[in-house]
Write a protein that binds this ligand. Structure first.
Ligand SMILES: C[S@@+](CC[C@H](N)C(=O)[O-])C[C@H]1O[C@@H](n2cnc3c(N)ncnc32)[C@H](O)[C@@H]1O
Length: 266
């Protein structure tokens, strides 16, 4: 039985087995809430790198979208939050950015340091404050595909707002809430933690959150949403997996991405 964070309410848990496009979901009774205090990705960080380098979802869907939303990065300092194995960091540095990254997983941070020697990477759990970063010290914040692993998202987003320059921007991507709901069923509005076993056998716990929750948490943390995209895969995605490419063109089962600006302090 996994440990949860103390002080958080207990909610129902579900186990979902994702096999290709098939999904089997089974309620497992009450689980202690809090996603997971241990770094969930540590045990398969190398496999994740191997997968995400060229995968349809990462290389031909999420990364092109978030990089587009970030815009011009040359000469700018980008905070890569939950940086994973450094695939974003590598691209950002190639485009002329200075990159500071953080991830909860020591193995992910090791892979980042190997991949992007010019970057500065910290092992850091988003449950903690970013005490090593001063106020208004970064131009852009990238927070790709990790929001759903954070229990106290409002505090995390407030921290990101604190370290962002007033003329900066936050770009985040997350699982599309409609896709989550289609996979798991139940009430779309029920905020809960699920446990999934992905097709590669990776077991992950994460939050299911309706779209309004993310919009409200951004608002409460002091951000104004500038753009919200329901991305389409790039044409190259068809070469990786034609069936999934065609499905993503029709159905909201992938990710969404948001560009948000710091709201002026009143
Ligand atoms: C799906 S991967 C995304 C990695 C990278 N952003 C990308 O898109 O290639 C999710 C990442 O979030 C990190 N993560 C999960 N929970 C975290 C937490 N509480 N604090 C910091 N990083 C976390 C994981 O270790 C993992 O590297």
């Amino acid at each position: 039985m996994r440990r949860g964070r103390e002080g958080l309410p207990r909610q129902r848990g579900y186990v979902t087995l994702l096999k290709g496009d098939r999904c089997e979901s089974e309620q497992t009774g009450d689980m202690t809430d809090g996603v997971e205090p241990q770094p969930q990705y540590d045990g398969f960080a190398d496999e994740f790198l191997d997968h995400a380098r060229d995968s349809l979802y990462n290389a031909h869907y999420d990364r092109p979208t978030c990089l587009r939303l970030l815009g011009e990065v040359a000469g700018r300092t980008v905070l890569d939050v939950a940086c994973g194995p450094g695939l974003y960091a590598e691209e950002l540095v190639a485009r002329g950015a200075r990159v500071i990254g953080l991830d909860q997983s020591p193995r992910m941070v090791h892979l980042c340091r190997e991949r992007v020697p010019s970057g500065v990477f910290h092992v850091h759990d988003l449950a903690e404050r970013l005490h090593w970063l001063p106020d208004e010290s970064v131009d852009l914040v990238l927070f790709a595909l990790a929001l759903e692993y954070v229990d106290d998202r409002r505090s995390t987003l407030r921290e990101l707002r604190r370290v962002l320059r007033p003329d900066g921007a936050l770009v985040l991507s997350r699982l599309h809430p409609t896709g989550d709901w289609l996979r798991h069923g139940g009430s779309y509005f029920d905020e809960r933690i699920v446990e999934e076993t992905w097709s590669r056998g990776w077991q992950l716990r994460h939050w299911l959150l309706p779209l309004e929750r993310t919009c409200e948490e951004l608002h409460e943390a002091g951000f104004l949403i500038e753009r919200l995209l329901e991305p389409q895969p790039t044409a190259e995605a068809a070469l990786v997996d034609q069936a999934r490419y065609e499905r993503l063109l029709r159905e909201p089962i992938g990710f969404l991405a948001i560009r948000a600006l710091p709201a002026p302090v009143r």
